[in-house]
Ligand binder design. Structure first.
Ligand SMILES: Nc1ncnc2c1ncn2[C@@H]1O[C@H](COP(=O)(O)OP(=O)(O)OP(=O)(O)O)[C@@H](O)[C@H]1O
Ligand SMILES: [Mg+2]
Length: 362
């Protein structure tokens, strides 16, 4: 089995990420942000630093406070307490006109697209340019360029009602980019789309991020979105950040229960993708082992069995490509033997760089 696992790993392509290291991009810093609605603490003391020129994920369950946080960072709403900085400039307390100017540096897209149904695709993209008084000729050229960028070069005249969900989101992306924002917020931008369309929209966002050196903040409840496009991620629960870091770390060594739960939904539910978990047994194993990078290349389990005489019973296993690059292997196993023997095996696994989680059983 391990052999199969290894073959699977080595057959996967590893792509090299292109990073634009030039230019100056906006970085966002949040200091102890708070926002309550009555007695409900929707955002309850969040401090975060979102580096520029990457895709930053914010994941959390429904009601965790994601959208509230985004309204605070994008200056649509004022925090009750705390501070928001764009680069070195504090922006949460700006006077109205300066606030409006700053807000233009922020683009947003949503799950339900929020397009004007009375306008066609091109007119939707033109709207923010009209608002800031861009000359007509310039608008025309810019709209054509933006529609081209999102793959809708020939659909400018299409009424919104004739476009598919994926096409509507492309129009929304073009509109959000019209005024050349520094940051693009995507609040559940792919939640209403089927898996294939989700994939194509995520690929487009990734391409745009690289091309324009944009900072994209991706708000989602889907770990697949984090896995496939995000560089870093913050996990939100109950208005607080419970875990934050590079996506590969979060997948290889999840710390919080919320993160582990998100990852467990990914296991075995990813039918159709090449990262699908292979499940040998309907019973879940008692331990989840996560391998990363070099450890995925070594026959660690058979080595430990040889050393200790203790066997593993593998119930499920698979490989996920995180950020399109790094491979994280997951095995769900039982460890044979007494509790003490199991503990010694777990200690040995950890020594060898494997992340081990014990499944809590009632
Ligand atoms: N304007 C408001 N008035 C009252 N309560 C609100 C308001 N906005 C958000 N809340 C409450 O704050 C909490 C966080 O809401 P928020 O919309 O930020 O969650 P979310 O993480 O975006 O959830 P979802 O995944 O469902 O979009 C929820 O309990 C919500 O009911
Ligand atoms: Mg929300």
């Amino acid at each position: 089995m391990l052999h199969l696992f290894k073959n699977h790993l080595s057959s996967m392509m590893v792509s090299i990420r292109f990073m634009n290291m030039e230019g100056i991009y906006m970085q966002i810093r949040l200091k102890n942000l708070k926002r309550s609605y009555g007695s409900l603490h929707a955002v309850n003391g969040i401090s975060l630093s979102i580096p520029s020129n990457l895709i930053y994920g914010i994941i959390g369950k429904s009601g965790a406070g994601k959208s509230t946080l985004v309204r605070l960072i994008s200056l649509l709403e004022k925090p009750d307490d705390g501070e928001v900085y764009f680069d070195e400039l504090r922006v949460d307390n700006l006077a109205k006109e300066e606030l409006i100017r700053r807000r233009r540096r922020v683009g947003m897209i949503f799950q339900n697209f929020n397009l004007f149904s009375s306008r066609n695709a091109a007119q939707n993209v033109a709207y923010p340019l009209e608002i800031i008084g861009t000359p007509k000729g310039e608008i025309k050229a810019r709209v054509a360029e933006l529609l081209e960028l999102v793959g809708l070069g020939d659909r400018g005249k299409a009424p919104i009602s004739t476009l598919s969900g994926g096409q509507k989101q492309r129009v929304a992306i073009a509109r959000a980019l019209a005024c050349n924002p520094d940051i693009l917020f995507c609040d559940e931008a792919t939640s209403a789309l089927d898996p294939q369309t989700t994939h194509s929209i995520l690929a487009l966002l990734k391409e745009i991020q690289r091309k324009m050196g944009l900072t994209i903040v991706m708000i989602t409840h889907q770990m697949e979105v984090v896995r496939d496009v995000c560089d870093r991620v913050a996990v939100l629960d109950d208005g607080r950040v419970v875990e934050e870091g590079p996506v590969t770390d979060i997948f290889a060594k999840p710390k919080s229960d919320v993160t582990k739960e998100f990852l467990s939904h990914l296991v075995g539910t990813d039918a159709g993708s090449e990262e699908q978990m292979v499940q040998w047994s309907s019973k879940r194993g008692a331990y989840i082992l996560r391998f990363r990078g070099v450890t995925t290349d070594q026959p660690i389990l058979s080595q430990i069995t040889r050393e200790t005489g203790i066997d593993f019973n593998i119930r499920a296993g698979g490989v996920q490509k995180v950020g399109g690059e790094v491979e994280i292997g997951t095995l769900i196993v039982d460890i044979q033997g007494s509790e003490e023997e199991q503990e010694s095996v777990v200690a040995r696994l950890r020594e060898l760089g494997v992340h081990v989680e014990k499944e809590e059983r009632p």
